[in-house]
Write a protein that binds this ligand. Sequence first.
Ligand code: ASP
Ligand code: MG
Length: 285
Amino acid sequence: MIVMKFGGSSVANRAQIDKVMDIVKGRLDRRPVVICSAHKGMTDALVNSARGAVQRQYALPDVIDLQSEIAANLDCPAELLADHYQEISDLLRGIGLVRELSPRSLDFIASFGERMSVRCIADYFSRQGLKSQAYDVWDLGFITDANFGCARPLEGFNDRAHKAFNQMVPPDVVPIVTGFVGKTPDGDITTVGRNGSDLTATLLGAALGVEEVEIWTDTNGVMTADPSVVPQARNIPTMRFDEAAELARFGGRVLHPSTLLPAMEGGIPVRVLNTNEPEHPGTVI
Ligand code: ASP
Ligand code: MG
């Protein structure tokens, strides 16, 4: 089994999601567990609309328009996300009425990006002949503390994840799982922190004891510099965990600093790959 995590730019639109589908199809024999971010820009849009609601400036249509445009391009049925849209509008209205945005409410609103993207992607894949199902990661055991904005799974996560996975995921189905989010034992939705889907990937990968965690992004693995700033930036083919962690700590944007810990502890290689150039070997950590 492997974990394959696709970030926001990898699932930005139908063209990108088609690339993701081809990449996943090429790995079916390794039993992929796919973890997805929200579509590019969605989490920012959700957070901004909540901040706007506190000021009584509703940016509600933006968020739902952005998601429904992508869903329509994927030919998803209109009712697929109807409940989520309703909940988002109720929530923003509530935030506007009380003019208060607690860390708990902020996580709740931010969580919708991943919850909606996995449903669209799984629905689309299935109609294209790749049998898939969407999962909210808490249904696979990702129960967290109540540290909103940087929640972490509670003790016993590995066992919970194993049991839930075996119960919930039929062997012939590709699970499409939400990154970034979690849930407390009381049922409050949490997040692990911005850009946290990589961490979801390594935590779930370590819990399930996968062979490898693949982080699919939009650069050829880890580079010697930011390729959008330094055109001569080169790919780094292999790195040790401590080197990669140091790079992340000093501001390398490819990997979130805490991402590597679970993989390091579990001795699971992390490979950083490019959705737009899937044949490139990327970086192995
Ligand atoms: N969607 C979340 C964010 O934009 C998490 C992630 O993409 O990793 O921060
Ligand atoms: Mg990211």
